[in-house]
Ligand binder design. Structure first.
Ligand code: FPP
Length: 252
């Protein structure tokens, strides 16, 4: 795998993907800046989300073409319900439009859809489209496109811990016997592996309750670009940056 940057970086020393250094297997993205993108253009905030959805399609295609195994996208947090009703309604309709228009291509590209988050309070139309997309792509074996929808990191750790304790009690074991693996396997991302790289767009330098357990050893990449402006070239820059990191996982 050897990709040149799209023409613009003659001065960048590491301006190409290295064929020797592995790419991240799992990339997680906090897609921030839709509102600011819209505001700059005197458009309603929902126009930013709509354009953000198109960028999700573009980056999914690109990540799949690079051979990334899992792409996790933070689409809606448990805190996002506090936004105005019309914005929440729009954000809950987006998955319906996204899956209606994109699932055939996902199947063709061998992309499997996964959704992590609390499903019980999703509107019925959102839940229906999520469940259908998961079922329709269940046979796909390529990229896993994993949406964090109505997701919160602390709540996830809490419920995984509770479930791990219940399983422990059922097996007649003591609290001291609980292991990290016990919690791991009850997380909503169980089986997907921890993200190797977290990308956050739009200049904020925080985690916003996203995958708090899973990001313990991930590399972080921040860019000022608003999500609706995020391009394949921006994604590639993040990959190149990742290849230049030295991951030691606490060792030397
Ligand atoms: C944060 O930007 C973005 C969100 C809360 C929603 C993310 C959703 C998408 C990118 C649409 C894709 C969704 C699917 C299901 C395909 P913000 O609104 O907080 O931006 P701001 O900080 O500039 O106001």
């Amino acid at each position: 795998m050897f990709k040149k940057l799209f023409g613009q970086d003659e001065n960048l020393i590491n301006g190409e993907l290295s064929p020797e250094i592995p790419l991240p297997k799992h990339v997680a993205v906090i897609m921030d800046g839709n509102g600011r993108w819209a505001k700059k253009r005197f458009l309603p905030r929902i126009a930013g989300h709509k354009e953000g959805m198109n960028v999700v399609k573009k980056i999914t295609r690109y990540a799949s073409s690079l051979g990334i195994q899992v792409l996790t996208l933070y689409a809606f947090s448990t805190e996002n319900w506090k936004r105005p009703t019309d914005e929440v309604d729009f954000l809950m309709k987006l998955p319906v439009e996204f899956f209606d228009t994109f699932v055939p291509e996902l199947i063709e590209e061998n992309v499997r859809v996964n959704v992590m988050g609390y499903r019980d309070n999703l509107p019925p139309h959102t839940l229906r489209s999520v469940e259908k997309a998961i079922a329709d792509t269940a046979h796909c074996t390529g990229l896993v496109l994993n949406f964090a929808l109505n997701y919160g990191g602390r709540a996830e750790i809490l419920s995984a811990t509770r479930e791990a304790i219940r399983a422990l009690e059922a097996a007649g074991k003591k609290a001291d016997e609980i292991t990290e693996q016990d919690i791991d396997q009850h997380l909503m991302s169980a089986g997907l592996g921890d993200p190797d790289l977290l990308i956050r767009t739009s200049g904020e330098l925080r985690l916003s309750n996203f995958m708090l357990w899973q990001l313990a050893y991930s590399e972080f990449y921040f860019t000022d670009t608003h999500w609706p402006d995020f391009s394949e070239e921006d994604f590639l820059l993040a990959m190149i940056d990742y290849q230049n990191r030295s991951r030691r996982f606490g060792g030397l």
